[in-house]
Design a protein around this ligand. Sequence first.
Ligand SMILES: O=C(O)C(=O)C[C@]1(C(=O)O)C=C[C@@H](O)C=C1
Length: 365
Amino acid sequence: MTKNAKMIQLDLEKISLPGLDLERPWMIAGPCSAETEEQVLETATQLSEAGYKIFRAGIWKPRTRPGAFEGVGTLGLPWLKRVKEETGMFVGTEVANANHVFEAIKAGIDILWIGARTTANPFAVQEIADALKGVDLPVLVKNPVNPDLELWIGALERVNQAGIKKLAAIHRGFSTYDKSKYRNHPQWQIPIELKRRIPNLPIICDPSHIGGKSELIYEISQEAMDLNFDGLLVESHRCPAKAWSDASQQVTPTELKEITDKIVLRAPQIGQKPRVTLDQLRREIDKLDDSVLEVLQKRMEISEAIGIYKKENNITILQTRRYDEIMNDRKERGAKLGLSEEFLTALFEDIHQESVARQNKIMNK
Ligand SMILES: O=C(O)C(=O)C[C@]1(C(=O)O)C=C[C@@H](O)C=C1
């Protein structure tokens, strides 16, 4: 990701729903999938009683493997209509093709979103964008499954160019092959960079898909709020254990209420008073970062010297045993300093990659 990449201009309007003042954090809650009319209505009623105003339910579910529950399809749309009529909630669902868009609009759905697997496919996004021409609904675009910010921005641009101005992004984390505590790694730097490049674009976090487990929803939601996200899209089911899809990441409406009540909302702007100390702290960080840069530059110089030695002596660039030794030692010593293993792994992986790249240049000069 290039940090000095251009700012993106989107023609955006504040997201609004008739009669609803969207306050931070906007909450969109409901089951992963609409399963039965009764399950939809009961979950919505419980959520509405807990104070939530926007209901979500998946009608069309792209599943990884065939044979899994793929959603009830258009059969579920009248159930969402009943949710609107009986609870007064607004309703939202995911669309993955033009037909879904037409059906959802016909059924009076208030909010549409594009899922991660769809965002990864520009043809599919363009088809949806074309189907949305002339529509004035809020549309949310999830990040693509792979950590590709340009692809995410491209999807937002396609929808915006179709005339959708009530646009927001949903951060649902990124697929990884590595084992981690997350189902989809948050890679917070990507939504942060999105916010930097399109400052007026609201971003909602989907802690259910990032965490993959109900126990992680609170900490991910809190982190999103501390990063000044605008809202949360959370999966909630009347009985998570019996859910037909994503059972482990759903919470009951009561549990969701406990989670949201615990979230601390911090001010997005820095006030006048703490400014002095904040400025001082920032100067200290500036000085420390100078030292970090100097150390990195010195390390790369040494790496280049090793590169010359390797070239002259016909030795391969990659030395896995040494790399392993470095990783284990830095993680062990870093842990004693209170630095997380995840952070150190990513840091030393990046350093090693840059070091290898420099030696590669020398080798092949
Ligand atoms: O020790 C070496 O051989 C180096 O070139 C240094 C270094 C590193 O940057 O840490 C780089 C490449 C190797 O795979 C292992 C380690």
